[in-house]
Design a protein around this ligand. Sequence first.
Ligand SMILES: [Zn+2]
Length: 479
Amino acid sequence: MTIHQHFDTVLINGRVVDPTNNIDGKFDVGIRLGKIASVAERIPPEQAGDIIDVTGQIVIPGHIDTHAHLSSPFNSNVDRAYGHAMLVESGTTTALDLAGDPTAMVQGMIKRGAGLNVASLMGLVPHETVPEDDPRPAVLRDAVADVKRRGGFGVKMLGGYHPFTPESSADVVAAANEQLAWVAFHVGTKDSGSDMTGLREVPEITGNGRLHVAHINSYTRGMIEEPHEEVQEALGLIENMRSQWITEAYLAQANGTNGLCDENGDVVYNVAQNCLKARGYPTTDEGIRESLMDGYGSALIERGGRVIMVTGKEAVEIWESASTDASLSYPVNPPTSAFSLATARYEDGTFRIDAISTDGGSLPRNVAIERTMALVEFGALSMDEAVIKLSYTPSRMLGLLNKGHFTEGADADVTVINPSSGKASMSLVAGELIMLNRRAIGKGGTWLVLDEGKDSAAATGLPYEVINLENSKLYASWS
Ligand SMILES: [Zn+2]
C-alpha cells in the first residue's frame, strides 16, 4: 500500500497571521498544486511531501509591492532587471513595475527573473514611449491600447521627470480609465513640481476618474511647508478623494533620482533639483558633484549582480562616465513623514494610505517588510495591520483576489519573517521556494497581464495569468 500524500509541501510550527481568516497563532500550512490546501493546528507529517520547519517564524501571505522598479522606459546606467533578485531577497512575491515598459520587462524577467509575479506599467516619456509632448487624447488612447496588447497593466505619468500640462495629465487619466487600464501618477505638471504643489493639482486632474497616486511620502519632504503640515494636507486631500484614488508610501529615507544636467550645466529634473535645494546645494553640475563628494548623494552601480549605492569620488566618476545621465539617490524622505503616513487611519480604523511599498526593486531600498516590522515592534501597527498593509490591501488594489490571504484555494504565495531581525527569511510563490536565507533561488517569473495581453504573454513562453482590473480597488464600483 502506498501512503497518499495530501500535500506537496507543509510549513510547520510557524506563527501564521492571516487577518482575512482571523488567524493568528501556531499553525501548519499545507500546500498542494501551488495553492493553499489547509491551515490547521497540526498536519500529520506522513501527509506531507516536503516539510519546512518554520518554528519561531512569522508566516504571512506573500508581500505584494505596489511600487517597484524592474525595468526602465529609457536608458539607464544600471540594468533594472537586477531588481528581481533584490526584491525577492527582501521577501516580496508580487510586484507592480512603475515604470517601465512591458517589452523590456519580459526581456529582463527571462534573463534575470527570480520567480516574482510581475505586472508592468509603461512610463510616459515624450519622444521615447509617446510621440509628442502633451500628447493629444487620440494618441494617448492608442498608447494605452498598445501597452495592454504588449502585456502591460497600463501607464504611469512621470511628473517629476517628464511633466505634462495639467490638461494633458487629465487626458492621460481619462484615456486609461475609459479602457479600464491602470494609471499611476508621480505627481507634478508643467505648472507645478514633484511636491505638495503637484499633489494639490491632482484632484482636478482626476476629475471624476480613478488614479493611483504614487509614493505619497515623496510630496511630504518639507519642500513647501514643514513636513508634518504637508503630511496633514496630503492626508486631507486623500480623504476627499477616498473613493477615487489608491495610494502607497514607502519607508526608506533614500530616494531615487537622476543627475542629468543640460549643456549649461543646469540640473534637468525637478526631483534632483529638490534634493539639492533641500541641503542648500546649487541646482547645477557643480552642486551634484559637491553633494556626491560630501556623501550626501549616492550613485547607483551594479556589483555582483545587485545594485548598490556608493558616494564620494567613486560616485562622481560613475556620474561623469554616464555623461551626467546617472541614477542617483539622496536621503530626503523624513522618517517622521514616513511614520505618520504609514500609520494614519480613518475613524473606522482603515488606513488612509492603502499600502506600504518599496519604490525599490533595482533601487537598493527594499525595506518595506523590515521597516513595517519595526513599526509592529514599536507598537504603531498590529501584526494583523502589517499584513493588511503589506499583502491584503495590495492584493485588492491590483485585483489579485487569489492573493493576500490563506483561504483554501488561494495562491500559495508566502513570506516567512524572522521576528528577531524583522527581515524575511524565506518566500514561496505558487508553493515553490523563491528565496531562502535572503538569497534569491527562483528563476523567471509569472507575467500578470490583462485580457488584451494574453497573446503577447503566451509568445514569451513565461507562465502568465490574466487579471481583470474590474476586480481592482482602482475600479471598484466603476461604471
Ligand atoms: Zn518609483
